[in-house]
Design a protein around this ligand. Sequence first.
Ligand code: SF4
Ligand code: SF4
Length: 206
Amino acid sequence: MTDSSSNNVQLAKKFENGVYFTCEMCGSCCRGFKEGEVYLYQDDIEKLANHLNIKGASRLREFAKKYLKVVNDSFFWKEPGAERGKTYRFKNLGFRFTGEDEQCHFLVDNKCTVHNARPFQCRAFPIGWNMLINSVKNFRDYSKKCPALQNSLENKGKFYSREEIIKWANEEYEMERDFFLLMKKHHFNIYKVHKFLPKDLPELEK
Ligand code: SF4
Ligand code: SF4
């Protein structure tokens, strides 16, 4: 059962009145990325580059080579007025991981070393993740790795109201939509959208 009070955000019934969540800073979600990615949007890259004092095209290229890879992404889109939409598959940018347990480069001693400039996806977890707040099953699956989500399922932690959740989840939706539309405008060529990218960046399978 879902709620459709916002056009772009659907809340599972369990989360209709809010979500409890306090991160325990265990760092577990910043490693072991075998099944996941940290997606990076324009804003994320700009903030991170500024934070790390990376300026100029050649330094941005070095940054990309060290920290980024091209990953697969998808978005469901219905043209205005169209009867049906479809899921588009395209490329996006994500963090490269490091070490055997595939951890984020910026995780040191279980702490995020770029906390103030961490990507939206990290800041918005879990209330800005539509795939979590619209599915109790997904929420439970993720809770196997995250003690704060386990607590949340028992209504423990800081309380986020329905309005706050919808605001964050809308922000996620709009950011993904805007990136999709930009990619579409550039015929899904990521090297035209991110002009600083070196052409030999590692890519996930096509
Ligand atoms: S796994 Fe959960 S508790 Fe641990 S750092 Fe990530 S969000 Fe916080
Ligand atoms: S940027 Fe920080 S919060 Fe995000 S995955 Fe890396 S270490 Fe974790």
